[in-house]
Design a protein around this ligand. Structure first.
Ligand SMILES: [Zn+2]
Length: 246
């Protein structure tokens, strides 16, 4: 393939633009915020699981407290009724009186037990409510961190996207100025090796970093200026420069 020296040298600029584009695309995918967000999302899920557990405990205990409350009320109602019967003087039979008094003592004891139980449930409920509030607070902190990280990530992405758009525009106009067969060869090699063209500097191919042997160098030195050369080691387009050392 033939291409004038200016076009061959311009390939090196195109290669630099392509390297910049690849670097920007890599940065987009490897932003530190991406990993940090993933980590925070795992943490958020764990904390939310804990919050749900505490929330369930609060609901269960609230229900238990209402039930205990109703039980106390029920026994107290019965006690009131018995007291009214006792005080009404309607019961004159000593045996009935004594059994009613016994029942009142039993009811009193029962109320005491139920109130102790109710108190215990209330304490547990308060503890569960405190745990729920803590979990909600922790969750809020992580949510805030997540929002901040996402905003940082989006800002970084927008900046990279802008740089990419500029780099791609430059790349398009650089490529448009080059012969189509040369660009086609360059793109084909680039898709295979990542780098399509490399400079020959100090007898070394800057694509594969290998120093060329004497015979290859003599061949390159004798090749016409407009001959498109390939590196004998890595097959990339090899562009001669004033520092080639030929
Ligand atoms: Zn090479």
């Amino acid at each position: 393939m033939k291409a004038d020296q200016t076009a061959q040298t311009a390939l090196l600029d195109l290669q630099a633009q392509d390297a910049l584009i690849a670097q920007l695309q890599h940065r987009k995918k490897t932003l530190p915020e991406i990993a940090q967000i993933a980590e925070l999302e795992v943490k958020f899920k764990q904390l939310d699981g804990q919050r749900i557990e505490h929330d369930t405990a609060v609901s269960d205990l609230s229900r238990a407290q209402k039930k205990a409350d109703a039980e106390v009320e029920q026994v107290k109602t019965r006690r009131t009724r018995d007291e009214e019967r006792l005080n009404s003087g309607a019961i004159s039979n000593p045996k009935d009186l004594s059994s009613l008094q016994h029942e009142l003592v039993a009811l009193e004891r029962r109320i005491g037990t139920l109130e102790d139980e109710e108190l215990e449930v209330m304490q547990k409920l308060e503890e569960a409510q405190a745990r729920l509030r803590n979990a909600e607070g922790d969750l809020e902190v992580v949510r805030g961190e997540l929002d901040r990280k996402k905003a940082d990530r989006d800002a970084a992405l927008t900046a990279i996207e802008q740089q990419l758009a500029g780099a791609e525009e430059e790349r398009t106009s650089s490529a448009a100025a080059l012969p189509t067969d040369l660009i086609a060869l360059y793109d084909k090699i680039r898709s295979q090796y990542g780098v399509g063209a490399a400079a020959l500097r100090a007898r070394r191919c800057e694509g594969c970093r290998l120093e060329l042997n004497g015979a290859d160098l003599r061949e390159i030195a004798s090749a016409p200026e407009d001959e498109v050369l390939r590196c004998p080691e890595c097959s990339r387009i090899l562009v001669r420069t004033p520092e080639s050392g030929l």
